[in-house]
Design a protein around this ligand. Sequence first.
Ligand code: NA7
Length: 535
Amino acid sequence: MTPADADRELDMVIVGAGFAGLYMLHNAHGLGLRAEVIERGDGVGGTWYWNRYPGARCDVPSMEYSFGFDHQLEQEWEWTEKYATQAEILAYVEHVADRFDLRADITLSTTVEACRFDDSTGRWVVTASDGVTRVARFVVMATGCLSAANVPDIEGRDGFAGRTFHTGRWPHEGVDFSGRRVAVIGTGSSAVQSIPFIAAEADQVSVFQRTATWAVPAHNEPLDLAAVAEIKADYANWRQKARDSSSAFGGYYPRREVSALDADEAELAEQYDERWEVGGLSFLRAYNDLLLDERANATAAAYIRGKIAELVDDPETAALLSPDTIVGCKRLCVDTDYYATFNRPNVRLIDVSSDPIERIDAAGPVVGGMLHEVDDIVFATGFDAMTGALERIAIEGRGGRPLRDAWSAGPVTYLGLQVAGFPNLFTITGPGSPSVLTNMIASIEQHVEWITDAIVALDAGGFRTIEPADEAQDRWVGYVNEIANHTLFHGCSSWYLGANVPGKPRVFMPLPGFPEYRAVCEQIVADDYRGFVRN
Ligand code: NA7
């Protein structure tokens, strides 16, 4: 296909209309590019469009989980709670789309099927479910890290007679569980948030737990107007403070630069009590080595196990709910009444750690030969994280090489932004960048701004294309592994490692350490795009 055969000629195709796609489009407008966002959902919002399960909220405080690129926007938007609900975040994204006049260049309800690099023209040919072929110089994948739903292929799944739901594809009209017996499969963040709501409505809830999860209380509350005014008066500093922290948020409660191993029992208890009362992910910032040293981590683990024993009446259930894994090795869950929900007479916990769900009968899941009869099954089973959304699109780079081949042993990138052999294709919050270990919006902003600058520099230098050199990419992959190996993240079977999807290569995909990563990105630019090939 040559540009002349294309239905639509563009400078940039952006895949996905979540936070990343919208900000990229806004910046593309700023550069005067002809850009189009293609989005498979019927609306904008990405993660927050799809994840409408009861209780869905962000685990990053709302004053930080918001765009910082526009002063007016951050001043005018009023968050109402410490942790925003899905509905409020979606309203915010809608507001962003309107405020920056983005809608005219967003095509909804359309799935990108293939992106193929045309060696002869040096341009990307993008085909989509609407039958329109777009040809563009740049393709930006703003497809999200947790957007490809993982529904386990359990025997008999499709023969279940009742209703089935996945938390990441929740019906817009909501689901009425009253009078129903409900199975919830999974105990990750989506399950932890939704189970208390489902249990309050349903007749009976059976939770199928493969791995017990660590959860700390959210202590969500309405935002204090005086505190909000204070933050808004100093927002630029707030954002900077966030960017300077390893997870790109934490203005509320920064990490203490002391080791848990230097604290005695009384100090540990005092610190953890304080963090528990504050609530949220700041718990893991009580000490600076909780994710680096197993003995330090064990102090946090012992504390949370003690809390579970206090919160859950039945000792056997409390023991089952108590993880024996590293705290934070999988993303720590932030809950509201999760553990206490197991004190309800209509909620039971079914351990499927050693005896997995063997099949799903028409009447419900079967474990250890025993049928658990239910009316509904909620799959809170997560996502084919970080690579799933990209690999579900037929992406072919130079010489027709499929991305799936380039990534057959696990994802390889340079800076998480580009892949060797895929010129002018960018991955916002791609594997090999801090992404899911951070406040996603801060990471998205940093990536979009980096890409914007790279395009400006490309044009200023009279180049047409940019892509990583193989050696630079290899070194980067080595670097990401080395950093991850210094942490405790590699010590459990998490979606960070692809361990939740059968057959997926086990590679630690995100890069810990946002400020260090930003500094590297900046230095590479200062060194005239060191490690990139520009032609
Ligand atoms: P997660 O965190 O990936 O959780 C998925 C859960 O589903 C987890 O407990 C899994 O157990 C469980 N699971 C997956 N497959 C099965 C099967 N076959 N049988 C039993 N249990 C299963 O996804 P979430 O949607 O909760 O959260 C994703 C992120 O969104 C979260 O980290 C936040 O960042 C926001 P496993 O632990 O793999 O044994």
